[in-house]
Ligand binder design. Sequence first.
Ligand code: LCS
Length: 395
Amino acid sequence: MLTKNIHFDSKCVHSGVGEYEHGPVVPPIYQTSTFKFVNTDQGARLFKGEEDGYIYTRMRNPTIEALENAVAELEEGHKALACSSGMAAINTIFTSLLEKGNHVVCSESLYGPTRLLLETIFNKFGIETSFVNTSNLTEIEDAVKSNTKLIYIETPGNPTLAITDIEQTAKIAHSSKSLLVVDNTFMSPALQQPIKFGADVVLHSMTKFLNGHADVIAGVIVVKNEELYSIIRKTLNQTGGVIDPFNSFLVHRGLKTLSLRMQRHSQNAQVVAEFLENHSKVKWVSYPGLKSHPQYDVAQKQHYGSGGMISFELKGGIEAGKTLMNNVKLCQLAVSLGGVESLIQHPASMTHFSLGKENREKAGITDGLVRLSVGIENVNDIINDLEQSLKKISF
Ligand code: LCS
């Protein structure tokens, strides 16, 4: 199927699907760790790269490649590399592109373990990171040093939904001979395509919107050129954070409804964000589709929709937040995000607990912040659920 000149909605359905024996319309699951050689000479030719073919699933597998081709196409990137988790994707990027003595400029509002990976692990190998508010371009410019190799942004940032201008950050990165890496987990390529704005590398936790059904842990890296691809592919082969064929099949299946799901997530979240913003017990709401969002104009420029993630704080602070989270019935109290079901959680004691209060507060992650991943249920049911739970808060 030629997918070059078709709409994104159609690409979600058809991308990555090749021709297979017996003509299945869905890529078969090649659930095998290894592939037979015809003879020793062929095995040697495959290893030398003189012949194209499959050797061992850590290196290449047709089911995994089908997914990688699909994601690369949806992100308008050159190629993609699927990984065993979002963290494996992030680790593979850092391991591939950084060396001792390098410096990284990183968003301060981002998924907790990404910060910890840089602060506690890469730090041991002589890599230094400055965590700054990347919504403010001057802070990025001021943080760049002569040894800066990567600017790493998560936009919108987890859990504050702070937005970084990808196009302007790419300009800063390239004028300082650095690469721009963007974690696009919160938007998915249906709502944001960072390579179009100048990003060099894009990554996702495919655990979230790309798979969309809360039943897989997976990650992906998308690169803009062959040079980056060959560096990262070599590292991934050696460090081994690869996805397996069955999970690839599941994520590829999820991608077929990505466009539909993201439209519904965005529609529902807009209504829920407006409901919360107008509610007397709510102190503030952060959602890229609200005019009150501090980077609303940047969001309008780089998003095709506002996504399914909302963060907010109740007037009664953390105690009121706990009452809300403990009394919801349709929304599930669980970490993770981006699935069809609405999930609610408390970053300060859960996903971002390990950062410590000082780092959290600097990044705008207050103790009272509640994060809601708005699912694709009927929006009235989500609002009714929040409303009945908000009624339990007495003040
Ligand atoms: N990047 C972002 C923006 C994330 O939100 C997560 C996970 C990751 C990377 C890591 O992906 P994983 O290895 O889990 O596939 N975020 C989670 C969260 O907010 N709650 O639970 C997991």
